[in-house]
Write a protein that binds this ligand. Sequence first.
Ligand code: PMT
Length: 406
Amino acid sequence: MILKGKHILVGVSGGIAAYKSAMLIRELIRRGAEVQVVMTPMAKQFITPLTLATLSKHPILVDFFDPENGAWNSHVSLGTWADAYVVAPATANTLAKMATGIADNLLLTTYLSARCPVFVAPAMDLDMMAHPATRLNLLTLQERGVVVVDAAEGELASGLSGKGRMAEPADIVLAMQDYFSRTEGLLCGSRIMITAGPTYEKIDPVRFIGNYSSGKMGYAIAEELASRGAEVELISGPTKFSVQSSLIKLTKVESARQMYEAALRIFPTCHAAVLSAAVADFAPAECADEKIKHHGEMTLHLVPNPDIAAELGRQKTASQTLVGFALETNDEMHNAQGKLQAKNLDFIVLNSLADKGAGFMVDTNKITIIGADGEATEYPLKTKVEVAADIADRLTDTMNNKQTRE
Ligand code: PMT
């Protein structure tokens, strides 16, 4: 939501990737931004102004003057209107002119007048992309603070294959969101650790003790906190998910012991931690070196795993916030309150497998947040992304309260 209400100027220069600027405009508008488009004269050969005007709900700006009525398209007011200027696609020609300050079209004069952050998404053939001149131009722009959303590798319009494809519109939007999260997010300047997913406790080279956690809840919390500007340390058990935001640093682990060691190393550098992982309570006392053969009945000797939440609860300082989860099937409130106290948490997020649509694997969850004072707030069934936002709201309040008390 960090782009909501932002004025975003999209600059389209003349390359085959110009068709993707239509998707970029839609993505920005979907996130609540107001969009105006400035095109180079050449860009009109690749996508019609009508398409982009319809999507952006504003007339497209190409010339310094409207030839019909002589009205002046002021690059200065465009530059001051914009909260962000994104040139996508940025051809080798446009990048070279931006780097050297040439101002022979409206897109370029607007760039020179812009006071806002500028993003460029290069798009060109692989040899142009690799040419020292282009590389130097990109470096020059980067040194001046322009954010380069790097081109991707793949099939190019020339039929060749290599680096030069414009980044996907969703990735350009993500880079812009990350930029504004880092500079304007409510959690800017804070570091937050998240644990997510299951742990696997090895029995032998082919078997393990695990659980049904997919990691969806934990990854949603990590993305939500990053979108609010927090630097996130995500410690994840085995899951199929990857992280989107560049503010998230991912540490992959497999067992509870590995998660415990990573958490103990990272937590002292953080302002808060949210422990959403479903950590196995027990692990086999020994892992067999070879696959255990079938000999009829078998007894597995299990030993308790370290309790990460309880240990962090012992170590946490007065300024750190510690949040746990409770996954219950019965006596929910009683059990969750017991965990809240035993693990010295600031609040606990209760979810129960007795509630339809809550808990493991599903896209939704139904939570109750119980504070350190015992007060419980129930939330309706929501998507895990929405639940993550509720948890992030509560975490932000708790962290702020601690700060004002300091
Ligand atoms: O991953 P998904 O499919 O999206 O599912 C989400 C979820 C159901 C896994 C998640 O919402 C959830 O409830 N996570 C906590 C699961 C759990 O292990 O709960 P618990 O009640 O057993 O543990 C209580 C707290 O202690 C948790 O914060 C847990 O991370 C922590 N713990 C538990 C055991 C242990 N050895 N170390 C711990 O830190």
